[in-house]
Design a protein around this ligand. Sequence first.
Ligand SMILES: Nc1ncnc2c1ncn2[C@@H]1O[C@H](COP(=O)(O)OP(=O)(O)OP(=O)(O)O)[C@@H](O)[C@H]1O
Ligand SMILES: O=C(O)[C@H](O)COP(=O)(O)O
Length: 405
Amino acid sequence: MSTFNTLDDLDSNQRVLIRLDLNSPVSDGSARDNRRFDRHAETVRELADAGHRVVCMAHQGRPGNDSFISLKSHADILSSHIDRDVQFVADTYGADAIEAIRSLENGEVLLLENTRMVEEELPEEDPEVKAATDFVETLAAEFDAYINDAYSAAHRNHASLVGFPLVLPSYAGRVMQSEYEANTAIAEREFDGRVTMVIGGTKATDVIGVMNAIGDKIDTFCMGGIAGELFLRAAGHNVGYDIDDNDLYDTQWENNKATIESLLEERGDQIELAVDLAYADGNDERAEVEVAAIEEKDKSYLDIGSTSVAQYDPIIRDSEAVFVKGALGVFEDERFAVGTSGVLEAIAETDCFSVVGGGDTSRAIELYGMSEDDFSHVSIAGGAYIRALTGDPLPAVELLIDAAN
Ligand SMILES: Nc1ncnc2c1ncn2[C@@H]1O[C@H](COP(=O)(O)OP(=O)(O)OP(=O)(O)O)[C@@H](O)[C@H]1O
Ligand SMILES: O=C(O)[C@H](O)COP(=O)(O)O
């Protein structure tokens, strides 16, 4: 597949600016280690070993969310994965950042502060607009090359992703290369038997927006996570709204209500909803309730229930291909891992073609004693992977391809 320039095309001794996707779960104000660090470490290590000066950009969370934090802890985690120091500067493109960039020696690695702290990074705009921002112009002047390794963020038209390919020689990093090749090939595959997609996670908007586009390729959607609860709400149950400040449901409901309702109407026979949900009871133990018995939502539902898992299990075992996007519950807490681990184990035990995607979902594989080898492909991308399945191009990838031609 000849597409974009890769690290094999990079000249020696370059000052490189590389976009990673280190967007991670956050606890106690710090990032938690996950597969994204491990995978990007390969690209960063290769560049540093080759003697380039490596400056990394990445984002974390979204402004206004609890997970919108500094990248300081990310530098420490990345450093532990590449066995060399990763310097950190709490600045994006101001005087401190420029000084740190200019002080870098060959083979050294520096991580800049969270790109989403730059006002010009968001919102989504045309590449030409992003390329003309102070952020892109100022940083571009310090580098010989731009590398995009952030396949999992390539569906966003943000400055750090679409601005630089217009002003610097641009290359794909190793993660970009392998994820692009795998996900593009998968999007083109055809299957004879049942094709199932398991949908969970927190970013319901990303998946609901593409369910129609992939609906002709998918026979059955098994729903969980936030999207699952929103569908239950549309089906007339008293769930799928916020009962605390975490705005996981209400905004996504407002933005997707019409689409969910029309999906249920037009594709209702393809969509499997949970029949029971799990929560923490007064003793902090896992408890389950039938969806039909919920009169009012007065607690957070953190997993699908075991009857729902038993309902999804034969569907998965009868499938020729299973695509997973997002976790069915808060699997990081063992009490609420029943849905996610149950579904993943069913996939691992069959020989269907399987892809597991979702920024954090791949972590469940390791956490619950499975191996990545039990699946055909494990992607560290969530929204980008599901967009790729529709066959729609990813803006940041298209720009890398244009740059090579
Ligand atoms: N019912 C739920 N309530 C709160 N969080 C949930 C629930 N179900 C799943 N989650 C959380 O969803 C996260 C998994 O999301 P995942 O990273 O796979 O997809 P995403 O957040 O939707 O999107 P992306 O992969 O694009 O980042 C897990 O960290 C899990 O705790
Ligand atoms: O985690 C992800 O899926 C990517 O980093 C994109 O993050 P976003 O959904 O906040 O743009």
